[in-house]
Design a protein. Sequence first.
Length: 418
Amino acid sequence: MVSIPFTLAALATSAVPGLVVFGVREHRDDENFAEAIVASEDADLLVRVPRSQAAEVQQSAELLGLAALTEGSRSRLPFQVPETLGMTRAGETRAVVSTLLEGGRFSAEDLADDAILVQSIAEALAAIHDLPLSVAQQGGLPVRSAQDLRLRATRLIDRARATRMLPETVQRRWEHAAESAELWDFSPVMVHGSLDAGQMRVEDDRITAVLGWSELALGDPASDLSWLLAAGSDVLDAVLARYAQRRNTGSLAHLRTRAALYHELEVARWLLQGVEAHDRSIVDDAVGMLDRMVGVAGPLGRALSADSSRTPLGEAEVSALLAETPEVVDQLSDTAAHEALDEDRMFGVDTDFIEPLRDAGEGDPERSETGEAREKGESRGGVSDPADRADAEGGASEQLTEPIDPDDLPGSPPPRAS
């Protein structure tokens, strides 16, 4: 085993019977995995080995999600989805071989409301949300009701408040949204669950592939829309107008408000990640983001101030919505100087004296951006462990090979940069 790419190529031949490798090259798309691209007679394939337990759990969940997307479900989607071809043992973990879906990439911040790509994004979102509910029910995926999702948001807000670093102004805004019964009156649909620009591949101004299906579930369609607010409210409105033309969304105003709430709650998750890891740099970054939200309504505040009893938007209202171009606050920039803290913030709080938050994986339903393990207790159609189900359904039968030498795999990835 000369190097990582050749090691992974050898594992690929064990995972996929009859595979003949003509070449291999290193691939560095996700620092949580050791990856390589192997050239076969028919196509290039992707081989991945998790570098950590968290990455292994994420991989297991993705195998489960991809297995739930049957041929019939995939035929409904206007883009390609990776296909699992096989897996094999690799030391204490596994190597998984799948089809390689390449294409151009884009950043949400680069989107404009009149971009050609906006139409394709709306079509991709509508197609995912129109998948049959049986995909989750028969595939052993999480099935969450609207009230389940409302409770998850409430618990996240409570945990953020317990850090004593959440400005009261922001807290009240979040609680107002969580307590609004009308806002949570919606029918759950199939959702990607971790969708953002990084999961999409583009060619000729169209979405040609969508990756990262570890959070596929029955949930809130707004969760797949929240990332668009990184580009601005006008881009979200442009996508929503086109999205509403393809499927019945119920209250478009409520959908937009929940998307704004989920977008802001990502800062709460970032804060909690820093507190739980005792990482002062992450905590300071999150606190800076929260400070910039004080006194600024943002998309969520403006949505909450509107009439929450509106009926579903008609064509004229959609056109009016598209014409709005409200000020957008960048909530995900680097740490800013703490110029003006909220008067309600508690100063000099030492987080070491705060009651410890529960560790991930101990029944807490919230997860960070990095794709932590799904909690026990959610409805899984009888599946207790996604890793067990993924090993059973995620690809070809597992074949044992020589254990991989730990020295052949790189060390753990560096800590996530803020």
